[in-house]
Design a protein around this ligand. Sequence first.
Ligand SMILES: C[S@@+](CC[C@H](N)C(=O)[O-])C[C@H]1O[C@@H](n2cnc3c(N)ncnc32)[C@H](O)[C@@H]1O
Length: 257
Amino acid sequence: MPWDPDQYLRFKHERFAPFEDLLALLAVRPNLSVLDLGCGTGELTARLAAALPGSDVTGLDSSPAMLERARTLARAGLRFELGRVEEAAGRYDLVFSNAAIHWVEDHPALIPRLFALLNPGGQLLVQLPSNNEHPAHQAILEIAAREPFRTALGGFTRRPPVLRLPEYAELLHACGGMDLVVFEKVYPHLLPDSDAVAEWTSGTTLLPYFERLQPPDREAFLAAYRARLHEIWPEAPVFYGFRRILFSARKPSSITG
Ligand SMILES: C[S@@+](CC[C@H](N)C(=O)[O-])C[C@H]1O[C@@H](n2cnc3c(N)ncnc32)[C@H](O)[C@@H]1O
């Protein structure tokens, strides 16, 4: 996936609010081993590390471009590694992920796998977008189904593999998770106009479509998307309510009974 750190960071202010909500759920203890899955450009990994005194933090990401940016933040106790969430290994006191696991398929299999990465007493702390039903996201599917895009994309569309909220609670409970906190929240964003929504989406959700289109089709796809968004939001500024799921679970310190 051709992630572009500059495009992604254009909306960094909007993206930091859910991270702050996630940090509020963090059980702060000294000297933790921490894995940040899909760490991207690493700013939030560095903020996480700063919130955990004496921690040893590894940021993992599959994008060389995002990691190149992240590595400028590396220091003692904070490193960044190339790798896929699906292949994460080792044992950690905190497994953390902000806005990344919606890129990984099969959450009924993924959540237990992430939970298994925890040491006894460890915490799994995750935020992921759940905004798929929003008209701004549905518009992408509509345009991908139209010609000439349908043929150029070979019929490709992507529906993120995000489950319904209670299913995360059920999965976490089934793997033995304790102290569950599982909730969904709408983050309110006021953007200057509908083009700003297209700019935002160009840095994330549109990437798998852009990747499959040649430049002329890519530009035409973006133009069609902007036009559709303008129909959805003819007025400016634009209120963009963005749904996200946040969850936390702790692994028991020892097995009793
Ligand atoms: C939306 S960014 C979030 C970055 C960072 N966590 C933040 O909140 O700013 C999603 C990141 O997930 C990474 N990613 C997507 N699929 C991945 C996978 N299967 N394994 C590892 N990283 C992945 C992308 O490269 C990208 O950097």
